[in-house]
Design a protein around this ligand. Structure first.
Ligand code: PLP
Length: 449
């Protein structure tokens, strides 16, 4: 007998510990947070076992670029499955990892010449932090042991990545385990004081970095930044000028610049790499999420040749002796190659410009809503902050919004009171207009309820 949809929910709650979830919220009677058993996905839609559908307006945690069950990526993976599913990357190499590394290097104008692979975003961040420290140590600068991060930064949940994260909800419980990082002012354009532009805020935030570097550069290995949009803190957007100014400071004070493009890379902000908008390259660039089209866990760190050369030696201990079992997995790399091919074949970045204009126009009534503040957009990210003066209702806003969105065929999960859209790059005009309309309807319901 076929399993009933409700069985999957009950069985999941008995056996699966879901991520980033207070599990009791799934078992809270009338206030219960829904748990949807997904049966399959097609294009921008996820379907449950009863045939109900949900527009994946946040690309399944920002990973899915070209829709579920994408025919091009599916075909590439099926082909790769019959060739090589996996081989260790120490002492062996293979076509997908070589081609992917070459293409990514090419896309940085060969400034970032080598790619080091891992699986999840947090592991890429760990790699960049370790590499930065070790590169300085190999250069005889072993006092450079500190890392700088931005207010509200998010770089993942492993111990090293959490140490450079500044989101209390995720970090505070583990405080005693973490090495303290130096936290500098966020260039978040919402911090503009009267008469200040986003560029003024960027200059003020960069001045804070300059002051810290003047005092401590001899002890600082790297500054880590989510370029253009600090996503997990609530889609805090800043002017590209900030990146240009910090790059200059890093050069002047001999501090590495790590750009975490895990969420904002792969075209999300309008250019393939977010840092292109500031006309700079970092010393380390972390990619994950969208790079495999949302199919398989893949992350990587692109580095400058100076960094690579700092490890190149006859002495084994000067090498970067870091590894993960699935490093450079051929299936994941093949999914990434298919993803890059779609960018080229479908002129994705240009077509996204038209998509973005249409959705921004469709969202205009929400932008002007009396209970909305700070409507903002960059590339394929839209966000706004809900005004909810009642503290108890503000605390449950996100959960209520998520549940109401599902009733309106939308997958949306606000961060606190920040509602955001990060859809895949395939929405038809009809889907885009429907998304705007329904987001407005859900917002009105949740604000009024
Ligand atoms: C900017 C940034 N860095 C790192 C991570 C961690 O990636 P993962 O969840 O794959 O470990 C995330 C995840 O949301 C992220 O947004």
């Amino acid at each position: 007998m076929a399993d009933m949809p409700q069985d999957w929910v009950a069985r999941s709650l008995r056996s699966v510990w879901h991520p980033c979830t207070q599990m009791q919220h799934h078992a809270n009677g009338d206030n219960s947070v829904p748990l949807i058993p997904v049966s399959h996905g097609r294009g921008a839609w996820l379907y449950d076992h009863e045939g109900k559908r949900y527009l994946d307006a946040i690309s399944s945690w920002w990973v899915n670029l070209f829709g579920h069950a994408n025919p091009v990526i599916n075909a590439a993976l099926k082909d790769q499955l019959d060739r090589l599913e996996h081989a260790m990357l120490a002492g062996f190499t293979h076509e997908p990892v070589v081609r992917l590394s070459e293409q990514l290097s090419e896309m940085t104008g060969k400034v970032l010449g080598h790619a080091f692979y891992a699986s999840d975003g947090a592991s890429a961040v760990e790699i960049a932090l370790k590499m930065s420290f070790h590169a300085w140590r190999n250069a005889g600068l072993s006092d450079k042991q500190e890392f700088v991060c931005l207010q509200g930064s998010y770089h993942g949940e492993t111990i090293g990545a959490l140490a450079v994260t500044d989101v209390a909800l995720f970090k505070d419980a583990y405080g005693p385990l973490l090495r303290a990082a130096r936290v500098v002012t966020s260039p978040d354009a919402r911090n503009a004081q009267d008469g200040e532009s986003a560029q003024d805020v960027a200059r003020r935030a960069a001045a804070d970095v300059e002051k810290l570097f003047e005092e401590r550069a001899g002890h600082i290995a790297a500054i880590i930044i989510e370029p253009l949009v600090q996503c997990a803190t609530g889609m805090a957007m800043h002017d590209p000028l900030y990146l240009t100014l910090v790059r200059e400071l890093c050069d002047r004070f001999q501090v590495h610049m790590i750009l975490d493009e895990i969420a904002v890379g792969c075209g999300r902000t309008g250019t393939f790499f977010a840092c292109e908008q500031a006309a700079i390259w970092p010393d380390f660039l972390c990619l994950s999420k969208g790079i495999s089209g949302g199919y398989l866990p893949l992350s990587l760190v692109l580095t400058r040749d100076e960094v690579y050369q700092a490890f190149y030696s006859a002495d084994v201990t000067r090498g970067f002796l870091h590894s993960h079992s699935y490093t450079g997995n051929p299936l994941a790399c093949r999914a990434a190659l298919a993803t890059l091919q779609i960018f080229k074949d479908d002129d994705v970045l240009n077509r996204n410009r038209a998509r973005a204009t249409r959705l921004t126009t469709a969202l205009a009534p929400l932008a002007e809503h009396e209970r909305v503040r700070n409507f903002r957009q960059r590339g394929m990210i839209w966000a706004f902050d809900a005004v909810e003066p009642d503290a108890a209702r503000a605390a449950t806003f996100s959960r209520r919004f998520f549940a109401s969105a599902l009733e309106n065929e939308l997958l949306l999960r606000p961060i606190g009171r920040t509602v955001y859209l990060m859809p895949p790059y395939i929405l038809s005009d009809e889907e885009s207009d429907g998304l705007a309309e329904r987001t407005r309807a859900v917002f009105d319901t949740v604000i009024a309820s």
